[in-house]
Design a protein around this ligand. Structure first.
Ligand SMILES: NC(=O)c1ccc[n+]([C@@H]2O[C@H](COP(=O)([O-])OP(=O)(O)OC[C@H]3O[C@@H](n4cnc5c(N)ncnc54)[C@H](OP(=O)(O)O)[C@@H]3O)[C@@H](O)[C@H]2O)c1
Length: 297
């Protein structure tokens, strides 16, 4: 398939490009050429800004995977430009779209965030991250109809991606894993490679609608045990670290965010590798000399 990837060179997007090349797709990248410009020298590049994507004004693709859509006006502009020249549009969204952070078992039909009063659409702040994803999903659905999909994920782990606080690095270097979340904190995550395969699958199979692309819920303690099991004699987890790593509120006010219903994504083909495999591969990647980017949490 002729595939256009908006982004594609940082954390998640590079897995998408790797998966697409592995499967023999004809990939075009659109980005500014600033992030890891040495990657994928064999791939055609369209260099440009999302704010002024004139370079997208010509060309035809069977599918688009949009990894770099944060601001509503920018996503609207590329959607308008591409509407009649692409097949399927798969948008990387987020679990931050949901209005409730406490309701357990939310599926894709759960209420979404409203737009914050008076907030401008074109100035990125974390306050508009979730609401912008909501608006982008909505405008893409209005523009592309059944040709649009939106993928909602939260924590993403794997090579090139920030791990859980210091977990991968700690296991690789035989130091203590740290977590500022309570051990009973529910958590969901997805391996970046599984997420990339899912984004690609939705696009090549032209599947529409929103999807919670997250793994099963477990507690932080269960997850830590699974990760610790991949190295011999792993040290106990430090649950009260001096540094604020892997922080999640202790009062349960964010628990619903990690009790999402992922059955729609599983039915559409999301494959989830085991925690132990994810941890083992991540630790091996660090032991090979790779340095994870700074964790955002
Ligand atoms: N845990 C997570 O990381 C997580 C969870 C849920 C959802 N997401 C979503 O996943 C996506 C981000 O993943 P990622 O950063 O790993 O994606 P990526 O596709 O690997 O990296 C971002 C890409 O966007 C390009 N880009 C950035 N600003 C641009 C601009 N103004 N104009 C044109 N291109 C631009 C960058 O290249 P240049 O710098 O060279 O332009 C880079 O290729 C986002 O949509 C995010 O909301 C992430």
């Amino acid at each position: 398939m002729r595939l256009l990837v908006l982004g594609g060179t940082k954390n998640l997007g590079r897995h998408v490009v790797e998966a697409a090349l592995r499967d023999g797709h004809d990939v075009t990248l659109f980005n500014r050429g600033l992030t890891n410009p040495e990657l994928f020298p064999e791939v055609r590049r369209l260099v440009g800004e999302r704010a002024a994507p004139d370079v997208l004004a010509t060309g035809e693709w069977d599918g688009v995977i949009d990894m770099s859509g944060f601001l509503v006006p920018q996503v609207r502009r590329s959607a308008e430009l591409l509407r009649d020249r692409v097949g399927h549009y798969t948008y990387m969204s987020s679990i931050a779209v949901y209005a409730s952070k406490v309701t357990p078992g939310m599926d894709e039909s759960a209420p979404l965030l409203d737009w914050p009063d008076g907030a401008p659409e074109d100035e990125f702040t974390m306050d508009i991250y979730g609401p912008s994803k909501v608006r982008c999903e909505s405008l893409l659905s209005a523009t592309f109809g059944e040709r649009a999909a939106a993928v909602r994920s939260g924590f993403v782990v794997g090579p090139y991606n920030p791990d859980f606080g210091n977990w991968g690095t700690a296991l690789a270097h035989e130091t203590r894993m740290e977590s500022a979340a309570r051990p009973s904190q529910p958590v969901q995550y997805v391996d970046a490679r599984d997420l990339a395969d899912f984004l690609l699958r939705l696009t090549t199979e032209r599947v529409s609608g929103p999807f919670n692309a997250v793994g099963p819920t477990r507690t932080m303690a269960e997850l830590a045990d699974a990760w610790r099991s991949v190295v011999p004699d792993a040290a106990p987890v430090d649950w009260s670290p001096a540094v604020d790593r892997f922080h999640l509120p202790h009062d349960g006010s964010n628990d619903g965010t990690f009790r999402l219903d992922n059955r729609r994504a599983l039915a559409a083909g999301l494959r989830l590798r085991a925690d132990e495999e994810i941890a083992r591969d991540y630790v091996a990647w660090v032991q090979d000399g790779n340095v994870p980017p700074p964790p955002p949490h």
